[in-house]
Design a protein around this ligand. Structure first.
Ligand SMILES: *[C@@H]1O[C@H](CO)[C@@H](O)[C@H](O)[C@H]1NC(C)=O
Length: 375
């Protein structure tokens, strides 16, 4: 009797252990082996990426590819995207991209407007920043800010479509700085970049001695500056972010221009925090803005110039196969001469490759000629 009771207890213990084992295996199966990334994934902060796109069909394939290549789980990113008043194929590029990738992001809030006319009444051309254009941009940026706050997003990242990030750690690096407002330094060809080192009393750009050493990365780190724009990450968990705004009406005593980036910069100052630009790593590039009288075609040449500049230090800007059809192939010619030769030492293949990439970009038909080493 005693021994039978004892064996019953033993059996019960064994059965219980088996259950526990099965339960444990179950957890392992569904909790971990199912998705190796998930423990890390759920620790990553949530980000809303806000994008305004207008007349950017030519830069979008490169911009969107760099966004896609960012090393960050898309399930922790929401997209907020607005596009209106386009005169080019911007909406076609965006539609194709969204169709293919939208579902991999946590959420997408997208308004693609096809309304005509495609200019504001007070605009003189596609590069003219008229007052109603500023009003529209200010309204949209403020809406993105409010949406991200309502969503309880940890971060909001404003990204302009004429920026090209070549560093896939950009987002993670910026987060690691633990700053309320921070931008990666983005360079252009020439002296233009997405930050200022000086601002006049009436809120406009002022070149100071600090600018060049930061631009050329002779000084490296993160710098408190009067202006960052075009790629700005805001930590919405910081209390100072609560009073940030793009609207002049929201800023007590503001007497500056009706300009989204200037109002925003002043609101950062008023909230007691700082704007920061980081150049500790090479993050990417930005297009030089068009002058008021320029047409969109002028921007195509600027894109070529910037892509040539990038190839001095970097591989060509990547384009995902999905968006390749939106990058026009340049017909090649010989610039009206009989033959174009490229003389290059065979033992310098990286130079040959770079030159071939440049010829591709410029539409130049060149014949390679192996050089003889004079030594
Ligand atoms: C990020 O970029 C580096 C260097 O270009 C590359 O080696 C790495 O595979 C990339 N990582 C991801 C996740 O794309």
């Amino acid at each position: 009797m005693g021994s039978s009771r004892g064996s019953k207890v033993v059996r019960r213990i064994i059965v219980t252990m088996l259950y526990l084992l099965i339960l444990l295996c179950g957890f392992t199966k569904f909790g971990y082996s199912d998705n190796v990334e998930s423990p890390r994934k759920w620790r990553d902060p949530t980000v809303v990426i806000a994008i305004l796109a207008r007349n950017k069909a030519h830069t979008l394939p490169f911009f969107l590819t760099s966004l896609e290549n960012m090393d960050y789980p898309k399930s922790r990113i929401s997209l907020w995207l607005r596009s209106d008043h386009n005169e080019d194929g911007t909406l076609d590029v965006l539609k194709k991209w969204l169709n293919a990738v939208q579902s991999s992001y946590h959420w997408a809030n997208v308004v693609l407007s096809t309304s005509v006319p495609n200019r504001f009444p007070d605009e003189k051309g596609p590069a003219h920043w008229s007052n109603s254009r500023f009003d529209n941009v200010i309204r949209l940026r403020e809406e993105a800010l409010e949406t991200a706050r309502k969503l309880w997003a940890d971060y909001l990242w404003f990204l302009d479509c004429d920026t090209f990030l070549i560093n896939n750690q950009t987002l993670r690096n910026l987060m690691s700085k633990q700053l309320t407002v921070v931008a990666p330094m983005l360079k252009s060809d020439g002296m233009y970049a997405n930050f200022w080192c000086g601002m006049t009393d009436d809120y406009y750009y002022q070149r100071t001695d600090e600018y060049k050493p930061i631009l050329n990365r002779e000084r490296k780190g993160c710098f408190d500056v009067p202006m960052v724009h075009s790629s700005v990450l805001i930590d919405l968990r910081h209390e100072a972010s609560l009073s940030l705004s793009f609207k002049p009406q929201n800023l007590a005593g503001y007497d500056g221009p009706n300009d989204d980036i200037i109002v925003f910069a002043q609101s950062v100052k008023a909230s007691g925090t700082t704007l920061n630009v980081c150049n500790d790593e090479v993050y990417g590039y930005i297009m030089v803005p068009l002058e008021e009288q320029n047409d969109i075609e002028h921007d195509y040449d600027q894109l070529t110039n910037l892509k040539m500049e990038i190839m001095v230090d970097q591989p060509p800007l990547p384009v995902s196969p999905l968006l390749q059809e939106f990058v026009p192939r340049k017909p090649k010619d010989k610039m009206g001469v009989d033959e174009v030769y490229m003389i290059n030492l065979l033992r310098r293949p990286e130079r040959r490759e770079r030159m071939n990439n440049c010829f591709e970009e410029l539409g130049l038909m060149a014949t390679p000629l192996d050089a003889v080493d004079g030594r």
